[in-house]
Design a protein around this ligand. Sequence first.
Ligand SMILES: Nc1ncnc2c1ncn2[C@@H]1O[C@H](COP(=O)(O)OP(=O)(O)OP(=O)(O)O)[C@@H](O)[C@H]1O
Length: 332
Amino acid sequence: MSTFKSRSAPASPRPSSDAIFATGLRKSYGDKTVLDGIGLSIPAGSVFALLGPNGAGKTTAVKILSTLITADGGQAQVAGHDIAAEPQKVRAAIGVTGQFSAVDGLITGEENMLLMAGLHHLSKREGRRIAAELLQRFDLVEAAKKPASTYSGGMKRRLDIATTLIGNPSIIFLDEPTTGLDPRSRHNMWGIIRELVSGGVTVFLTTQYLDEADELADRIAVLSNGKIAAEGSAEELKRLVPGGHVRLRFTDPAAYRSAAAALREVARNDEALTLHIPSDGSQRELRSLLDQLASTGIEADELTVHTPDLDDVFFALTGDVAHPAQTEENVR
Ligand SMILES: Nc1ncnc2c1ncn2[C@@H]1O[C@H](COP(=O)(O)OP(=O)(O)OP(=O)(O)O)[C@@H](O)[C@H]1O
């Protein structure tokens, strides 16, 4: 683990552009330390994914930041308000959906929406208008008059997010928004999340799914043993684990031999006429490789960049077995 840069709590005051800023957050239950001093800095309008296995403390982090429970230590500001000193102001600025959904199964989808509108002190007329708009937007018009308990998993999640949006939050916490959903509903949910972000909302997402973080998040933090083991964009995280390389394929044996002689650190496959060159896949390294080839007048028939995927990162950081999966990005 020493090869990975562990991100400690940011020490400076919250930059004003951050929607969420936390430093040294701690939480224990009995002897069990769930969060052991985590720091976060999440710019407004971005998607942040907190990634971790079952029981890593993701929900605990969401509960602390959304003021449902208090931290044992550390500080955090959400939407510019201190979570300990101004919890009401934090609550007014955020929406929370997920494992502790506020949807009431005994009443209809529409009634859930109107109930929430009442909680936000909207007039009856305004409440009806916004509820109708959101039911439409979340494709729940047909189901609106049915009890929410009859909804599918995907419909319940959509209703949950729709009720949250009644308060017009600037920050939304989505705790494992796609756990248990079928692939179509998952993709549907991803579309909804992207739409929220394009409307300017900051999204704090927890997930166990690497592809979900990869797909949606601007920045990802991997939670392991109560600490943030690494943080960065999906691409930055992928560069943390070794195994990336560039593969050059040739059809002309003479060009293949010239390239093998010209390049340093190559692994040859004389039968397949391919060369593997270790690389982090960065633009700088690719340019240097292409410059070397160009200076000797050699042209490969195919160039493929192999980067480790988030699975590799995740398993490496959380101490699980190495995962052989690799992604390929053909840049021929
Ligand atoms: N109220 C509580 N009392 C005691 N232990 C708790 C309590 N809430 C959470 N825990 C424990 O804290 C740890 C982290 O739980 P948390 O729900 O935050 O994890 P998570 O990463 O969200 O996992 P999951 O994906 O399973 O929900 C778990 O070991 C859990 O059992």
